[in-house]
Design a protein around this ligand. Sequence first.
Ligand code: ADP
Ligand code: ZN
Length: 515
Amino acid sequence: MTTTQTLHKTLKDTFGFEKFRTNQEAIITTILEQQDALAIMPTGGGKSICFQLPALLFPGITIVISPLIALMKDQVDSLKTNGVQACYINSSQTATEQQTYIEAIQNHEIKIVYIAPESLSYLENLFHTLTLSLIAIDEAHCISSWGHDFRPAYTNLGYLKNRFPSTPILALTATADKATRQDISAQLNLKNPKIFISSFDRKNLSLEVRPALDRIKQIIDFVGQKPQESGIIYCLSRKTTEELAQKLLQQGIAAKAYHAGLDTKLRSQTQDAFINDECQVVCATIAFGMGIDKSNVRWVIHYNLPKNIEGYYQEIGRAGRDGLPSETILFASYGDVIQLQKFASQGLNADVQLAKLERMKQYADALSCRRKILLAYFGELVTENCGNCDICKNPPAFFDGTIIAQKALSAISRLKQLEPLVVVIDFLKGSKNASIYEKNYQNLKTYAVGSTISWQDWNQYLIQLMNQGFCEVAFDQKNKIKLTTLAHEVLFSGQKVQLIEPKKVVIEKTTSKEP
Ligand code: ADP
Ligand code: ZN
């Protein structure tokens, strides 16, 4: 049998599937060739098969590192149902239980073992005496403080490559922008990893941004119109989740709060009630959702602005996993921006996190197709507008902004893509700042080519160009502005660019006293 035939047979015989989904076969083949890989695949895209199937074909054992202790049992049970010898080891077990599994591993009775990163250290010697065929690292973005869900327990995983240099590593995640992808690969010491990025487009999700005025009333109206449809409301603080759930309950809406401060039993009750359609609405912090397998979530609302686009996209992605039309609404408020700026500037990697927050704010303020912005953010450049976002449904008036775009993009190019947004604008404006004179930028061609347009307008035009995917912020390089391949078409192939007149933005100061 050829490799392809073996793979298809195993897929059918063990997992009962007829064909592979996008990238699954290519990832599996890479792993079987013992090469490292990084797979970015949306939630529900089918990441598990990518390590479970090769695990069956390899002679030795596969370890799967996952932070989601609560899900390990389900995953292992479902593998066992398919006839795969699997077990898990984490802190929820007694020492005796752990010992039983360790013995099973020593006796070569196990093909796949799920392990929480915290539990990995004392198993290390054991693995050294066995053939370790594959290391899969699920939710790999947790290793990066540039991502949106950094977990300290993940930071030590970089040693795995040094300890087991000949074992291939497969890192998997549902969200990672370019900077986070590079960081994951560096932190895990991956060797020339092949990177697989599945399409992030979720056409069935409508996208909408609303000013955050009277959010609660808007939510009650919205939910009131769809009494049969369940959804998630993401809030920034634990307190807000509880207050909001209370207000919805008062309106007769079956709502519950969920956050990491509630006790484990209550949390799993809420989760079960939601999955079994007994609770219509969960008001939650971002602690809710990772790994929740409910396909008919019909809507996701962001009560507060998320802290970056990676998190936002992952959270709205929990709606409509069954492929049916689902709605997402983001409430944008100036107060949230201020609050999030404060958090970001006090946390790890403040510069990167602030720049990511700025990109999130620009998304909320944007006046061009929102899906294009999201896809461009993850490196997928599309030229068509989506038709399923608030901007596409109610488009602002566009004008031919090709000349403006050419000026801006050639300025970025003249500055050798080495400068952040403010310097690009200073250069276009012909400013006499130190940032210009120190590097003699005033002598470059096209300096001051945009002096008749105001600084604020340039700022908005550049953001529009970024939102349309012509340029991007390199978070990992001091926020320098870089050109994308689409920019080359504008500069060299006569591609036209549509812009809109700069005008006031969505994020306004809110006055109402809401939680
Ligand atoms: P992820 O980890 O990416 O969120 P999973 O691995 O849990 O996704 O897969 C999501 C669902 O898709 C599961 O129910 C799984 O059984 C199913 N699935 C995965 N691969 C295939 C396939 N090739 N054909 C049909 N269903 C698949
Ligand atoms: Zn659109």
